[in-house]
Design a protein around this ligand. Structure first.
Ligand code: NAD
Ligand code: WQD
Length: 374
């Protein structure tokens, strides 16, 4: 549920570290940036305290960008910005705010010069969204409209948007290409589709806009430090966090949703990609948007698919424990196979995922095992 719909200037929290943390790698990067005489760009990251947003913030800091992290903390812990500062070794301004509050956004844009927006903020649980469609359309669609209205008025016309492979619907064949027909089987997916259309229309109407519609496949894993990762409230809907909770002894076993698909072992196949690779894709998209206008849908996936049983085995290797599971019926709405055609990302962004399934599972387990200590 969304908790904050109003902007209260008194609640805007600004954390600025007086002395930036330094690491040899960071010092090297900063020296390189200085040597090139680069102008530091300021990026607004909506939903920056969330799972993908937090990893992207770390990558942005490491790449030398300044960031303003905006989040209403409806699905994030307040400790996340501190972890981002530690990992990124740089200052971070945090705005506790809601994208639905245009007045508040105007006040932020009038105070800070913002070069581009990476827009993660949104409700994301597919399970349950059909019961509360208005919450989804209001928060995700109306929130994006509010953000874009402010950006347009303030002359900030570069947007990197978190779309999803869910827009390919249930009737395409793998690998999914960006020019395939799109469709939606639930309100969450419909929000992504509607937002994609809105952003395309904005870019068509005003040639100064540059919009990347990044269609993520299945991000899993965590930062190797174990400080940030996916930490869902309640019982997880998605496979990887569910397995992690089984491994940690918080859930008794995994339910495998069907072993009668036309796949190599009968279980569903997905394109799992490491969240740090995904985060890096946003840096590449930002660079691309500096010199390219218009709207582009771009897949971010590895191009390879793994079955549910293969993910279980990889996680067992990572944690050194057996993951108990039982096969149940198919989950309504699931498709047999989903993986990306990655050519467009390679050509336009020069981006390719680097990390494999074992590394994703090892990092996820490292994060899960540390949760009780941080
Ligand atoms: P997340 O829930 O961890 O992060 C979203 C963040 O947005 C949260 O921190 C939440 O507090 C914040 N937020 C929500 N509504 C807000 C509002 N109105 N104003 C300000 N902040 C708000 O989710 P995530 O997994 O990091 O996903 C980020 C984006 O990527 C989402 O748009 C999601 O739909 C999309 N996406 C995620 C996946 C995935 O598997 N995780 C796949 C495809 C696309
Ligand atoms: C993966 C596989 C399940 C849980 C979802 C959204 C999608 C995108 C990514 C946001 C499937 C099987 C799962 C479990 C299982 N999110 N499974 N037992 O469904 O591919 O995609 O997250 O945009 O929109 O729909 O991911 O992790 O839920 O499922 O057997 O307890 O694992 O059937 O084959 P999915 P998932």
């Amino acid at each position: 549920m969304v908790n904050h719909f109003t902007w209260n200037p008194g609640r805007v929290i600004i954390f600025v570290y007086k002395e930036a943390l330094t690491t040899p790698a960071l010092a090297h990067r900063q020296a390189k940036t200085k040597a090139k005489g680069a102008i530091t760009m300021a990026i607004l990251v909506t939903g920056g305290a969330g799972y993908i947003g937090s990893h992207t913030c770390v990558e942005l800091l490491e790449a030398g960008y300044d960031i303003i992290l905006l989040d209403n903390f409806s699905n994030a812990k307040r400790s996340v910005p501190d972890h981002i500062r530690t990992l990124g070794g740089r200052d971070v301004e945090v705005c506790e705010a809601d994208i639905l509050d245009e007045e508040g956004l105007h006040s932020l844009f009038s105070r800070r010069s913002i070069d581009a927006v990476i827009h993660f903020a949104g409700l994301k649980a597919v399970g349950g969204c059909a019961q509360i469609p208005l919450n989804y359309y209001y928060n995700n669609v109306a929130g994006t409209i509010s953000l874009c209205r402010v950006m347009a008025t303030r002359g900030c016309k570069r947007m990197i948007f978190s779309s999803s492979a869910t827009v390919y619907g249930d009737s395409n064949t793998v690998p999914f290409k960006e020019d395939y027909p799109t469709s939606a089987t639930n309100p969450y997916a419909m929000c992504k589709l509607v937002i994609e259309h809105i952003l395309r229309d904005i870019a068509a109407a005003d040639s100064e806009w540059s919009v990347a519609l990044l269609r993520y496949f299945n991000p899993i894993g965590a930062h190797p430090s174990g400080l940030i990762g996916e930490d869902p409230n309640g019982i997880p809907n998605n496979l990887a966090p569910y397995i992690a909770q089984v491994a940690a002894g918080k859930l008794p076993h995994l339910n495998v949703f069907g072993d009668d698909y036309a796949t190599r072992d009968g279980t569903g196949i997905r394109d799992y990609l490491h969240v740090s690779d995904l985060a890096n894709g946003h840096i590449r998209a930002l660079v691309y948007s500096e010199t390219n206008r218009g709207a582009q849908a771009i897949n971010l996936g590895t191009g390879a698919g793994y079955s549910v049983l293969e993910v279980i085995r990889a996680f067992e290797r990572a944690c050194g424990k057996e993951i108990p599971y039982q096969v149940t019926g198919r989950r309504p709405g699931d498709i047999a196979e989903c993986y990306a055609d990655t050519e467009k990302a390679q050509t336009l962004l020069q981006w390719k995922a680097r990390r494999g399934l074992d590394e994703m599972c090892a990092d996820m387990w490292n994060f899960a095992a540390k949760q009780d200590q941080i």
